[in-house]
Design a protein around this ligand. Structure first.
Ligand code: HEM
Length: 419
């Protein structure tokens, strides 16, 4: 499989209105890039007339994705219209009477009010505060790893570090931090997916999360200056008295938002360097490239493959007639490989001049709120790795996350080499 990761092979079928690039089978087998390349060349705003997700538009070129993402007047994120992923899913299932709501799936003005309540988490002083904690925790974890023995990078490093970061952002009891990983998984799980068996089990676990946070919130009421997301929610007018489904929904957003994304960028870097080892050598020779390498890995990995919108009115996009109510999917995974913006886009090039132009954080009013926290964690990880190890050898094939939304890894076997 590794060759396919290094270079997109040619597409094998002609494009038709039945071509469904969101088909889970393509994502499981890492076969979507040839179709995206074909779409960008032949039909960049492609209509799939029939799929398990219903009909939808695929937006595959960089500039068209930007046009959708920055036009919230026409392209809505509202959960009641379908929200932000291709699958209307349990959120819009009429059988599901438990609908958590959060600001990534809201339009103006409510979106802006709620986002403003927690956005300050990434101000420079807070980043400095978090940076010190992250460095300490990252160093401790790296020091505990076995050298010369095979282990799984995903569970041992990526999941553990992002869980620790979640605990840091919420100032959550450290010894209970694994609850956060579980709640993150449960928040996005479909019943029967292996994570939860039934919708009732999912609801019960999310209620447990709400109760836990509600208790924790009591301890923040008289500490308005504490630096954490829960304190910010507790003391902001727009979030202090939310109905339970919004309290729960926004907690889930803040837990999920930074979890899989940063986790898969951590693993993507290790895997990417194994495919392009000369880039690792370049970083070892010049660690000042780490900042740009982080942006380039996030471009190459694209941890969230897409965001979806629903058209609020008729519009023309890339010469195509979009109708009010249409489902429009921005494929960041495709835009980040658009050769009109990025030369040789399948390759990781850590000193790529325009790496930071990537689409992985989105654009417009929903642009990732935690981008600087994610980048900070990744920069510190690579700085601390370089102080300790000469190489991270990938010793087997990665296992991929089975999703057309979260683009990542469930395991990656590695062996560390000492300096
Ligand atoms: C490499 C890491 C990350 C990636 C690739 C990523 C990606 C994204 C993307 C694609 C969006 C939607 C953008 C759009 O619709 O235009 C988003 C939104 C968001 N992200 Fe991130 N994210 C990352 C890290 C984080 C972290 C660490 C946090 C922690 C707080 C976070 C919190 C959020 C929130 C709250 C939103 C919703 C923003 C809004 O609707 O206004 N993300 N992220």
């Amino acid at each position: 499989m590794s060759q396919a990761f290094k270079h997109t092979p040619p597409a094998t079928q002609p494009l038709t209105s039945k071509t469904n690039v969101a088909d889970p089978a393509l994502w499981e087998s890492y076969s979507y890039f040839p179709i995206f390349e074909q779409m960008r060349q032949e039909d960049p705003v492609h209509y799939c007339a029939e799929s398990t997700y219903g009909p939808y538009w695929s937006v595959t070129r960089y500039e068209d994705i930007m046009a959708v993402d920055t036009n919230h007047h026409v392209y809505s994120s509202d959960a009641h219209l379908g929200g932000i992923i291709i699958d209307d899913g349990i959120q819009n299932d009429p059988e599901n009477d438990f609908k958590a709501v959060n600001f990534i799936a809201m339009d103006k003005p409510k979106h802006d009010e709620q986002r403003k309540s927690v956005n300050g988490i990434t101000n420079p002083n807070n980043l400095q505060h978090f940076g010190e904690i992250i460095r300490k925790r990252t160093s401790n974890l790296l020091d505990s790893l076995p050298v010369g023995e095979e282990f799984d990078w995903v569970s041992t490093v990526s999941i553990e570090l992002t869980t620790q970061m979640l605990a840091t952002m919420f100032d959550f009891p450290f010894e209970d931090r694994h609850k956060l990983t579980r709640w993150s998984d449960v928040s996005t799980a479909e019943p029967g997916s292996g994570i939860v068996e039934t919708q009732q089990q999912r609801i019960d676990e999310l209620m447990e999360m709400a109760a836990y946070f509600s208790d924790l919130q009591q301890s923040r009421k008289d500490k308005p200056d504490n630096i954490d997301l829960l304190t910010m929610m507790t003391h902001s007018p727009a979030m202090a008295n939310m109905p339970p489904e919004e309290f729960l929904g926004n907690l889930s957003l803040l837990i999920v938002g930074g979890n899989d994304t940063t986790r898969n960028s951590m693993t993507g870097g290790v895997f990417g360097f194994s495919l392009f080892p000369e880039q690792w050598d370049k970083m070892v020779a010049d660690p000042t490239l780490i900042d740009n390498a982080v942006a380039e890995i996030i471009r190459w990995q694209t941890p969230l493959a897409h965001m979806r919108r629903t058209a609020l009115e008729d519009a023309i996009l890339g010469g195509k007639q979009i109708r009010k109510g249409d489902k429009v999917v921005m494929w960041y995974a495709s835009g980040n490989r658009d050769t009109s913006i990025f030369d040789d886009p399948d390759k990781i090039i850590i000193d790529r001049k325009n790496a930071r132009r990537h689409l992985s954080f989105g654009f417009g009013i929903h642009r990732c709120m935690g981008n600087r926290i994610g980048e900070l964690q990744l920069r510190i990880l690579w700085e601390e790795v370089l102080k300790r190890f000469s190489r991270i050898e990938v010793t087997g094939e990665p296992e991929l996350t089975n999703s057309n939304f979260v683009k990542g890894y469930t395991s990656l076997p590695v062996k560390l080499h000492a300096l």
